[in-house]
Design a binder for this molecule. Structure first.
Ligand code: PLP
Length: 279
């Protein structure tokens, strides 16, 4: 088992993967990324992640060096070379290396990086007891639907959460809940599941789509509608969704309990259905 790096078509031990100082991803955050994971060694929702990578790249006018079938093969080969029980695959595409100038370079080819590491499961205790979150004003830019590598607000928010002894920071913009620093946020009240609608204010999570589909299959009313901070506070249940968190109950908001202060019933049901859907 080893951590694997991939740089512009070549696999290597991760510590050997290096990019030049003038890479635009490094200097401008001029790039997009994806994170995906395996279950039983198989990349989960690979097509959805690759489609979102293409959408993100297109939104910033970045030409993709590989088509989907090539990506698919590279991802699978990286997972095979890593040999981990379960892998976490990070993919990043930047506008490449060029003398520093804000406008797009006339002739630079994109830089493609992948890392393949062991996927460490979240602690069972957190899964069973749920987690605390803090609120943060959403100071990010207006295109949060693009999975860009500009993550400074998310980094600051996660750090603030950690310092407060919380697991995640939930962003609020104009009094409305957008999403977490690394997750989407779902709110249950009176048996209805609500979450921020797709659009430029949130990343359309792959896990979000899976969980909403599972909820609908269970006959749950789903509202893809803005949720206010007040509604979040008064919710019966709140949970996070995301590739790394999967479905994770939120039981405290800024120190105050949510609902009973324990993971809720619908959260438990959807977690069970999600597990079962993994085969
Ligand atoms: N929102 C943000 C800001 C994220 O960074 C992530 C995951 O990285 C998500 C939501 C969840 O997306 P996904 O379920 O595709 O992992």
């Amino acid at each position: 088992m080893s951590d694997i790096g991939f740089l512009n078509g070549r696999f290597m031990p991760l510590e050997q993967a290096m990019i030049p100082v003038e890479d635009r991803g490094f200097q401008f955050g001029d790039g997009v990324y994806e994170v995906l994971r395996t279950y039983r060694g198989v990349p989960y929702q690979l097509e959805a992640h690759l489609a979102r990578l293409e959408r993100s790249a297109q939104a910033i006018g970045l030409s993709m060096p590989y088509r989907v079938p090539e990506w698919r093969e590279f991802v699978k080969e990286g997972i095979r070379l890593g040999g981990h029980d379960e892998s976490k695959v990070y993919i990043q595409v930047t506008r490449g290396v060029a003398p520093r100038d804000h406008a797009f370079p006339a002739a630079a080819s994109s830089t493609v990086v992948m890392t393949i590491r062991a996927m460490k499961p979240l602690s069972q205790v957190l899964r069973e007891t749920g987690v605390g979150v803090i609120m943060m004003e959403d100071l990010r830019w207006g295109r949060c639907d693009i999975k860009s590598v500009n993550l400074l607000p998310n980094v600051m928010a996660k750090q603030r959460a950690q310092e407060a002894g919380a697991f995640e920071a939930i962003f609020v913009r104009d009094g409305l809940v957008t999403e977490g620093a690394v997750s989407n946020v779902m709110v249950v009240r009176g048996g209805v599941l609500a979450t921020a609608p797709e659009g430029e204010r949130i990343l359309s999570g792959v896990t979000r789509s899976v969980v909403l589909a599972l909820a609908r299959q269970e006959g749950v009313t789903v509202q893809e509608q803005a949720v206010s901070l007040e509604e979040l506070r008064r919710a019966d249940e709140v949970f996070l969704t995301g590739t790394t968190v999967e479905i994770l109950a939120v039981v405290r908001l800024g120190g105050a309990p949510i609902g009973t202060g324990r993971p809720g019933e619908l959260t438990g049901l959807l977690s069970a259905r999600f597990r079962a859907s993994l085969g």
